[in-house]
Design a protein around this ligand. Sequence first.
Ligand SMILES: [Zn+2]
Length: 431
Amino acid sequence: MKTANGRLRIVSGTVIDGTGKPPVAGSEVHLEDGLIRHVGPCAGASDPLATVVDASGCTVLPGLVEAHFHPTYFNVAALEDLDIKYPIEYVTLLAAANAKLALECGYTSARSGGSLHNIDVWLKKAIEEGLAPGPRMAASGREICGAGGLMDWNPEYRKIGMEGLVLLVNGPGEARAAVRKLVKDGVEWVKTYPTGDAAAPDTNDHHTLCMTFDEMNAVVATAHNHGLKVTGHCRATEGIRNALKAGYDAVEHGTFMDQECLDLLLSRDVPVVPALYFEKASIERGPEFGMSQRVIDGHRETLEGGIESAKMILRAGGCLGMGGDYGFAWNPHGDYAKELTFFVKDVGFSPLEVLTCATRNGAKILGRLNELGTLEAGKLADVLIVKGNLLSDISLLEKRSNIVAVIQGGEIKAGTALDSGNRAVRGPSLR
Ligand SMILES: [Zn+2]
């Protein structure tokens, strides 16, 4: 991604650097040529050539990482819509709009949690080349699921598969073949479905396995051979255990953890992205969209299990990322920060813990902690400035009118700082 030329100074803000350290008031962040140059008390003389952003009354933090992003899920009210409602051309445009929205909400990086067709790979390229605004992405392309599993919902009489969204596999041979397709597609993460979900209570509920251990092992061996990472939708305890034993690099949801799973998780420091607000939204808004009581009851059980597991992982010192499965009608794109509020209000994490998960841990999951995720000299200048004190009210992040600046690679890409007449910004770049 192209980085900005020139210097930018963020002054008078309260800085949360993303490392987990407490905030520092009246701190400065200096950016130069797209990199962070200095974080701390005002250093040296004033710089007449720098653009200055006055961040008084604001929180300054690293750009957020959406760690489970579905750019091609277009706020569907029924899963079936994902695969058949629109042609690839239109879904691509919707995905570009979702990526732009995520950036405007303060998310300067995102890890795809699965995509229709291979759209996220090309979206990532367009963002990297500056053709479309959006988070720095890690792509995963089509998802892998066992035949007859959660993502294989078209009955046989329809005589259509799931080519757009999912590669369906029967046995380790087909699992290997599916990964090899993804290798050619250019993904970085292989997203699989070891388990079902409350959304499919009849045949693939949240306690059902949707892939065999052999299939999962074949996926991991093939993916690792080609340098790809593997993750999976894991709700049932046995599915989580299988994923960890097979060598998965991350676990999505990790809903029903037990002590054995926790020990396996910690032994390799495998990150988990719970994506829990989705469950709450499903329970609260499901009836509006015709969700059955069985499905809602399943989401409630998932929510309760997920909260306990997330607490267990945090207490044990495990790595949690913040991502929300946004892209459903009851959980639409743009609501990303509701996940953060949820973790403070409903799960009981401290705001600082949640922000560390959403910044440093997100970068760690992306494998880019050396470049992103904390405000430290030498890293890429991805910085967020938000009006108000996030530690006393994390929900400030939910309102885009509170986002003063989303800075990516040293350039202000979104936020009220760009509004004409905004006096918070002054300096050479505004000539
Ligand atoms: Zn997902």
